[in-house]
Design a protein around this ligand. Structure first.
Ligand SMILES: C[S@@+](CC[C@H](N)C(=O)[O-])C[C@H]1O[C@@H](n2cnc3c(N)ncnc32)[C@H](O)[C@@H]1O
Ligand code: SF4
Length: 364
């Protein structure tokens, strides 16, 4: 039975230039109808879910931009779970919203910080200023949240290593339980890439050294580097994102909403990204249009290796032999990039720095 549920809330106040997620700007008049559609889709798929869920994740878009009554209705109707995360943009987090989320069972908030440098926030076309981020953070703390994650982006046009170090320092000062640090990905052909082309190329050259800086700063300050781009505070509690761990460990998950992906019992499907079609189908009590992706066993095994090696915990390789290249494994072992112990495999810190390249080499 599936124990992990994702819900996509696509609405945003504004579209940031670099963003490639399924988003819809404004449309406050449609938020309630969209939540109705989500709840109908949930009831159509309820039998796929276990009676007790481990994680629920509301991602976006900007879930906290959703019209408050619609968001409250959604949260109060959803099945409970051990970990309930909501993604939030700092400018949407008022004292009232923080208390509402807490009252309705949310116990983890992922805050889209991106940077604390005003000029870099401007390049990213972000609404929030550094002060907005800090205010949002304290509203969440005051409301009782003891599991807050920050998203940071690096490789932003105009960013220097000193800027990145300062961003990490500002984040560390607030001591969130968890941090996700992403390389900026700019899609070719977008307005953003067009506007920042040469500078993006310069940033791409610096990416490896930025990554090293991130890992050094965070591991040097008591954070566990538990996944390529994810860090959590060490201590008595396991503060890894349980929802994302489920993806990396190849567990089944159900995704609801436009553009949402589900993977259950070797089948994967993606809902239509079109809002009007999604709302109309579900208003008529029918499942939305879906794209099915075949997942042959070897593809599942490759995914298991690619995702599993992003983690700091050993990957169990029983049954994965046919997708691993034995001679590449020997070579990478000699080069000190992989660590083999019994029937498990882990990338060494150096191997993790090189990440995708090492994994690609390993896959037969
Ligand atoms: C679903 S997104 C958006 C969450 C939220 N709406 C926000 O903007 O803060 C989750 C995270 O993905 C990251 N992200 C989005 N676009 C990215 C890009 N082009 N390259 C790297 N990271 C990106 C950001 O750090 C963002 O907080
Ligand atoms: S607010 Fe977040 S989801 Fe919305 S456009 Fe900006 S980055 Fe994308």
């Amino acid at each position: 039975m599936t124990r992990h549920l994702y819900l996509h809330l696509p609405f945003c106040a504004h579209r940031c230039g670099y963003c490639d997620f399924v988003t819809v700007v404004g449309r406050s008049g449609q938020h309630a109808a969209y939540v109705d559609a989500l709840l109908t889709e949930l009831s159509l798929e309820r039998k796929l879910l276990a009676p007790q869920l481990e994680t629920v994740f509301l991602g976006g878009g900007t879930p906290t931009f959703t019209e408050p009554r619609a968001l409250e209705r959604l949260l109060s109707t959803l099945p409970g779970a051990d970990e309930v995360t909501v993604e939030a943009n700092p400018e949407t987090v008022t004292r009232e919203l923080a208390c509402t989320l807490r009252r309705l069972g949310v116990n983890r908030v992922s805050l889209g910080v991106q940077s604390f440098r005003p000029y870099l926030l401007e390049v990213l076309e972000r609404v929030a200023q550094p002060g907005t981020v800090r205010r949002a953070y304290y509203h969440l703390r005051d409301a009782g949240f003891d599991n807050i994650s920050f998203d940071l982006i690096y490789g932003i046009p105009g960013q220097s290593p000193a800027d990145l170090a300062a961003d990490l320092g500002d984040a560390l000062e607030l001591a969130p339980e968890h941090l996700s640090c992403y390389e900026l990905e700019a899609k070719p052909g977008t307005r953003f890439t067009h506007a920042h082309g040469p500078e993006l190329a310069r940033q791409a050259e610096a990416m490896e050294s930025y990554f090293e800086l991130v890992v050094e700063a965070l591991t040097g300050n008591g954070y566990r580097w538990y996944e390529t781009a994810n860090f959590c505070r060490e201590g008595d509690r396991d503060l890894r994102s349980r929802h994302n761990l489920a993806y990396w460990l190849g567990r089944d998950y159900l995704g609801l909403g436009i553009g949402a992906v589900s993977t259950i019992e070797g089948n994967r499907w993606r809902n239509t990204p079109r809002l009007p079609a999604y709302i109309a189908e579900l208003a008529a009590g029918r499942r939305p249009a879906r794209e099915l992706e075949p997942l042959p066993v070897d593809v599942q095994k490759r995914e298991q290796v690619m995702l599993g090696l992003r983690l700091d915990e050993p990957l169990h390789v029983e049954g994965l032999g046919e997708v691993l290249d034995a001679s590449a494994l020997e070579r990478l072992d000699r080069l000190g990039l992989v660590d083999r112990k019994g029937r498990t495999l882990t990338l060494t810190p150096r191997g993790r720095m090189l990440g995708g390249g090492v994994t690609a080499d390993l896959l037969a």
